[in-house]
Design a protein around this ligand. Structure first.
Ligand SMILES: NC(=O)c1ccc[n+]([C@@H]2O[C@H](COP(=O)([O-])OP(=O)(O)OC[C@H]3O[C@@H](n4cnc5c(N)ncnc54)[C@H](OP(=O)(O)O)[C@@H]3O)[C@@H](O)[C@H]2O)c1
Length: 270
C-alpha cells in the first residue's frame, strides 16, 4: 500500500507505540490524526511531529466514549476529507489479583481497550470501506494467552482478537485489510499507567524497560505487515515462542507463565 497522502487515524498517540506509529506512518507520507485525553500532551506531540516534517492534526477523544469517537471520525473527515486507515491503539493495562480487583477497574479496561476499538471502528468504517483501506487492532500476546494478575487486560485483548477476526472475515470481499498486531513486552508508559486493584496507577514499571523491544521497532514492523497485507503480527522472540507453546503444550505454559510473572517486582502472587 502506498501511504502517500493516505489519511491515518491513530488512537492514543501521545506516547509509546501510538506516537511511534504517527512518526513512522507520517514519514512514509501519510496524513496523520492523533488522539489522547490530555490537551497539553496532544499539543506537545503535534508540535514535535510537525517539527519532524509529519503532516498531522489531532483532537481530544476518550476512547471509551462513543460520542467522542463519532466526533473524531467527523473531525477527521472535515479536516482531511476522508479516512483510509484506522489504528486502534489507545489502551491501558492493570495489575491485581482478580479477587482483589474492583470491578470498576475491570470495566474501565474493557471500555478503553475493547469498546474503544469497537466505537472507533464503527464510526470510521464507511470511509474505510469506500477507500478499500485498512483497520489495525493493537492487541497483545495477552490476546491469545492469559497472564495471572492481568485478567481484565487479557479479557480485553481476547475480545479485540475475536472482534477483529470476525470483522476481517465479514469484510473479506470488500477489499478492506484487517490486521491484528500482538506486541510482546515493549518499552512505553503502559506499566507506569497500569491500574491497581483500587483503580490507582501503578506509577513504576515492575520490569526492566531497557531490555524490551522499542515502540519504534514495533511501529516499523506494523508498517511492514500492513504493506504485506498480513492478517496477524506477533512480535518478540518470547511472544512467538509463547504462541507456539500455548498451542501445543498449554498446561506447561500455565506453569511457565505463572513462574515468570511471580518473579516480577512486587508481584501480588508468589
Ligand atoms: N507496551 C507493551 O508492552 C505492550 C504490549 C502489548 C500490547 N500493547 C498495547 O499497545 C497499545 C499502546 O500502548 P503503549 O504500550 O504504547 O502504552 P502507553 O505508552 O501508555 O500509550 C498509551 C496511549 O493511549 C492513550 N490512552 C490511554 N487511555 C486512553 C483513552 N481512554 N482514550 C484515548 N487515549 C487513551 C494514552 O494517552 P493519554 O493518557 O494522554 O490519554 C497514550 O497515548 C495498547 O493498546 C497496549 O495494550 C503494549
Amino acid at each position: 500500500m502506498d501511504l502517500k497522502d493516505k489519511v491515518v487515524i491513530i488512537t492514543g498517540a501521545t506516547s509509546g507505540i501510538g506516537l511511534a506509529c504517527a512518526r513512522v506512518f507520517g514519514k512514509a507520507g501519510a496524513r496523520i490524526w492523533i488522539t489522547g485525553r490530555s490537551q497539553v500532551k496532544l499539543d506537545e506531540t503535534l508540535l514535535m511531529l510537525q517539527k519532524e516534517g509529519v503532516t498531522c492534526a489531532g483532537g481530544l477523544c476518550d476512547a471509551s466514549d462513543p460520542a467522542q469517537n463519532e466526533k473524531m471520525a467527523k473531525d477527521v473527515k472535515d479536516k482531511f476529507g476522508t479516512i483510509d486507515i484506522l489504528i486502534n491503539n489507545a489502551g491501558i493495562s492493570m495489575r491485581a489479583l482478580f479477587r482483589d480487583l474492583d470491578l470498576k477497574v475491570f470495566h474501565q479496561v474493557m471500555d478503553i481497550n475493547f469498546w474503544g476499538s469497537v466505537y472507533a471502528t464503527k464510526y470510521c468504517m464507511d470511509e474505510i470501506v469506500k477507500n478499500k483501506g485498512a483497520i489495525i487492532g493493537i492487541s497483545s500476546i495477552n490476546g491469545f494467552r492469559g497472564t495471572p494478575a492481568r485478567t481484565a487486560y487479557t479479557a480485553s485483548k481476547f475480545a479485540m482478537n475475536g472482534f477483529f477476526e470476525s470483522l476481517r472475515t465479514e469484510l473479506m470481499k470488500l477489499g478492506v485489510h484487517v490486521l491484528v498486531v500482538c506486541p510482546g513486552f515493549t518499552a512505553s508508559n503502559i506499566r507506569n499507567n497500569a491500574l491497581m486493584a483500587d483503580g490507582s496507577q501503578q506509577k513504576e514499571s515492575p520490569r526492566d524497560e531497557e531490555k524490551m523491544m522499542t515502540s519504534e521497532e514495533v511501529a516499523e514492523a506494523i508498517l511492514k505487515a500492513l504493506r504485506k497485507k498480513k492478517r496477524d503480527l506477533v512480535l518478540t522472540r518470547q511472544g512467538k515462542l509463547a504462541s507456539f507453546l500455548n498451542k501445543w503444550v498449554p498446561g506447561l505454559m500455565d506453569k511457565v507463565v505463572y513462574n515468570h510473572m511471580a518473579r516480577e517486582k512486587d508481584s501480588p502472587f508468589k
